[in-house]
Design a protein around this ligand. Structure first.
Ligand SMILES: [Cu+2]
Length: 334
C-alpha cells in the first residue's frame, strides 16, 4: 500500500515532537550557572572523599572513630519464625564515642543501621528501641545481615560491626494474600507487593496512608518481597554490597560512593589475599585492594548497573551462596 507523502511527513514530525517531549528537562533543577549538558559518554574517575563529608565528620566530633558492635537479638540464630512478619531487634554496643542511630526529623538524615534480608538491597533502620519489621517474608530459609552506618551511608568496618544470622520462616508471606498489620488492616495488596523494592516511595506512601489509621504503634519496617537465602556459609569469605542504591539527584550524584562490607576476607592491601572487583554498566572491571569506600565522579544521567564481586588472587570469583557477585541498578537524575 502506498501512503500519501503528506501523511509520512506528518508522522515523522509527530514522532519528532513526541520524542522531544520525552526528553527530561535538564534545566529544571539547576541554576543558570550550572546549565551544562552532561556528556554523552561516561568517564568515571575515582575522586577523594568529598569535602562536604570531611566537614560533616569534623562537625560530628569523634564518632567516626567509634567502634560500634551489633548483636542480633531477633531473629535468633537458626530460629523458626511463624508468620510472615519478622521482628528485627538489635543491641548496639562497643566504643561508641557518641555514635547513635537516629533520624533527625528536620533533615530526614542520621546514623542508621543497614539491614539486609537475603541478598536484597539494604533497608535503613534508625530507632533501635523499636523493632524493625520485615513484612511479607516468604516461607523458607533466610539470612539477615546488619551493620552500622553513617548519615551518608558509609558503613563502620571495625570488628563486630557486621553481624549475620540465618533463620527460617514457616507459614510466611503468600504472594496471593495481602500483607496486613497485627490488627488485620491491609498494608499492601498482592499486586503492589512485588513493586515495593522498585518503587519504595509509592510503597511508603501507601503504607503511611494505611498506618495513619492504625491503632498499633508505627514501627519502622519494610515489605520485603519474595526471596530466600542463598546457600551461604558464614565461615567462608563473604562480600556484602551496601552502596550505591536507589536514586541519586543533583550534587548527590557527583560523586557517588561505592561501599561494602567483608566477612572472613582480608583484601590484598590490608594484608590478605582477596580483592573486590567492580564494574559499572558492564564496562572495564577495576580492582579494590583496601576495605574502604571509594567515590566515583562522572556519571551521566540515566540508569546504571553497579557490579561488585569478591575475587581471589587469581581473579576467580569466590563462591558463597551467590552473594559474592551482586549487581544493582541505580538511577542518576539531574
Ligand atoms: Cu544508609
Amino acid at each position: 500500500m502506498r501512503m500519501p507523502k503528506f501523511f509520512v511527513y506528518f508522522s515523522v514530525c509527530f514522532i519528532a515532537i513526541f520524542v522531544g517531549c520525552e526528553k527530561p528537562n535538564e534545566n529544571a533543577n539547576t541554576t543558570a550557572t550550572t546549565t551544562v549538558s552532561p556528556p554523552a559518554t561516561q568517564n568515571l574517575t575515582v575522586v577523594p572523599r568529598p569535602q562536604k563529608i570531611v566537614d560533616m565528620m569534623k562537625a560530628r566530633g569523634e564518632q567516626d572513630e567509634a567502634k560500634p558492635t551489633l548483636r542480633i537479638l531477633s531473629p535468633a540464630k537458626n530460629a523458626t519464625i511463624n508468620g510472615s512478619t519478622v521482628d528485627v531487634k538489635l543491641e548496639l554496643n562497643g566504643d561508641l564515642k557518641g555514635y547513635k542511630p537516629h533520624k533527625d526529623p528536620a533533615t530526614g538524615k542520621g546514623n542508621h543501621i543497614h539491614v539486609i534480608l537475603d541478598n536484597q538491597p539494604y533497608e535503613a533502620y534508625y530507632e533501635l528501641d523499636q523493632p524493625f519489621e520485615l513484612r511479607n517474608v516468604t516461607e523458607g530459609k533466610h539470612t539477615l545481615r546488619v551493620f552500622p552506618s553513617r548519615p551518608w551511608h558509609e558503613s563502620f568496618k571495625n570488628d563486630g560491626a557486621f553481624q549475620m544470622v540465618e533463620f527460617t520462616v514457616k507459614g510466611g508471606g503468600d504472594a496471593s494474600k495481602p500483607t496486613t498489620t497485627k490488627t488485620g488492616q491491609v498494608m499492601a495488596s498482592p499486586t503492589r507487593s512485588p513493586a515495593t523494592n522498585q518503587n519504595s516511595k509509592a510503597a511508603n506512601a501507601n503504607m503511611n496512608a494505611n498506618m495513619s489509621a492504625s491503632p498499633t504503634p508505627m514501627h519502622e519496617g519494610k515489605d520485603v518481597g519474595a526471596t530466600n537465602a542463598g546457600n551461604v556459609d558464614p565461615a567462608k569469605p563473604l562480600l556484602t554490597y551496601s552502596r550505591p542504591k536507589g536514586e541519586y539527584t543533583g550534587e548527590d550524584a557527583n560523586p557517588i560512593m561505592i561501599d561494602f562490607s567483608l566477612l572472613n576476607a582480608k583484601l590484598q592491601g590490608d594484608g590478605g589475599q582477596y580483592r573486590v572487583r567492580y564494574a559499572i554498566d558492564g564496562g572495564e572491571a577495576k580492582l579494590l585492594d583496601k576495605w574502604e569506600p571509594i567515590w566515583l565522579s562522572g556519571w551521566i544521567t540515566g540508569k546504571h548497573m553497579v557490579k561488585l564481586e569478591l575475587v581471589d588472587k587469581d581473579g576467580n570469583l569466590v563462591e558463597n551462596g551467590g552473594y559474592n557477585s551482586t549487581t544493582r541498578e541505580i538511577t542518576v537524575t539531574r
